[in-house]
Design a protein around this ligand. Sequence first.
Ligand code: ZN
Length: 654
Amino acid sequence: MAMAAVLACSCSAPKEENAASSWSMDRFADIEVLRYEVPGFESLSLQQKKLVYYLSEAAQWGRDILWDQNCRYNIPIRNICEDVFVNYKGDRNDPQWKAFEQYMKQIWFANGIHHHYSNAKFKPGFSRDWLAAQAGEIPADIMDAIFDQAVMPIKVNQADGVDVIKESATNFYEGVSQKEVEAFYAAMKDPKDKTPVMFGLNSKLVKEDGKLVEKTWKIGGMYGETIEHIVYWLEKASEVAENAEQKAVIEKLISYYRSGDLKEFDEYSILWLKDLDSKVDFVNGFIESYGDPLGLRGSWEGLVNFKDSVNTARTVVISDNAQWFEDHSPIDDRFRKPVVKGVTAKVITAAMLAGDSYPSTAIGINLPNSNWIRAEHGSKSVSIDNITAAYDAASAGNGFGEEFMWSAEEIERAKKFGHYTDNVHTDLHECLGHGSGQLLPGVDPDALKEHGSTLEEARADIFALYYMADPKLIELGVMPDPEAYKAAYYQQMMNGLMTQLVRIEPGENLEEAHMRNRALIAYWTLERASKDEGTPALAFEKKDGKTYVKINDYEKLRTYFGELLGELQRIKSEGDYEAGRQLVENYGVKVDKTLHAEVLSRYAALDLAPYRGFVNPRYEPVCDAQGNITDVKIVYGESYVDQMLRYSSDYSVK
Ligand code: ZN
């Protein structure tokens, strides 16, 4: 499994906080929608602006692919609900309508009927009868998909011991069992192949007449009409490419969309990696595999961006020293890369979020996901500065730290260093963490199966945590102060042990890979510290009847992080599935119900939204009398509802 997911990364930062502000565009359920700015767009050349515009159109066209991938009922349900939403003439104070309006906004945000983060199906607060009265005849299976909580309850189910294919609602498989899928791909793999494609990345696997068949996503294949629209805009983009390298990247992607040949996708990935001089860059295609319980199939994702030259200087220092970090990592020498290749890092400004990156987006990306390409050609790592800037601006002074942090010392440290250490954590995680270490010869990169994503995220996070306290970062000028790392340590432990629980409902376990990873690290460390003689380095403490995380010895904590890094690297390098499974199951899944209830009630009193995402700006071409584009204007301020309805109307094959 998890060939893609193992090295994939789209790490949402743990951003629980926020306050109503001019950055806020909408608020419903557990969601707040923000806007983001695109500083620097106006100073791009006309050619670059046109490129951003064309690539943005290509990105938007992938939206319905993702909706269908997430669950086969998503688009029919969206169509029915949007129809009701637009045509409703009744009382807008009716509780049924209010519940429906919230549901509509929720499924837009999640790109489907399952929560984007917890994976659980939304529970509508309106009735079947009410919807039927508004919408007229609705097929029974669609009604059940909306209302019956026994039907497709979880998008991606990776629970221990279940058939993860049959128990997941995602639309990547039909009529096949987990065993059949695993056998199908095991038979395809040639252990001697040094440059294997990522099998299954761009297809659905179905059973036809008793045989397993891949339905490839390409022009002339599954999603063919939609991909034709994507390619139409990519062709326009290739005409205004900044240079020959970038033109070759776009043309190769077009060629891959026509052939569906994963060898071509690898060729495209290598060309994309080598295009370092262009200002504008993009992601467009079947990329991350978190949406597939077996981590094979890529969810459609789009991102258009351009380089933020000023902030890129920081990541260049880190990537230039990649070999030093690899050499000093607390792991077994056999698991160390003798030569770290081609880690390139940059800070970017997002210009358009799409597919799996919209409205909820990662703040850092590290691609490509192919293991052999990463080993041979390296990877491109980016941090998205205008997105983190929007998060920070929206959450200043919301009372979250005051409620959950142990004392004024932690609160002050977070205020002083928090934004900075968040960024450095992302840089280290993306730029070095995922790329560090190596597999022993002959180890199947998919050996960790359904736990691969969680373990890989944990490995990258713990790598970042371990090094944040290293004097080398002060020496390099990456960290501002010897105390700064403590802000990151406290944040990580508080989040993993307690506060990330605000994101799930009472009674639920942790499902999402990044949440599991943070719990795994925190609870493993807590148990390790509980064996300390005297005062434990890390513990829960009570004050005025409330539970807090208390760190008594930061330096000792770092040695434990080093131990865990060594073990996570061993598990990956040796492909030790059983040890990995135990780490995840013992520390990363279960939730203490009493603590969860306490955290939820304290959080509720703050009235904050645990999840956030974004509306995009609009790009409007300005044309002369002959129809030539003479400028592209960026327009802010479109509402969340208007944007969603516009996307559904403008970027859907009818
Ligand atoms: Zn990651």
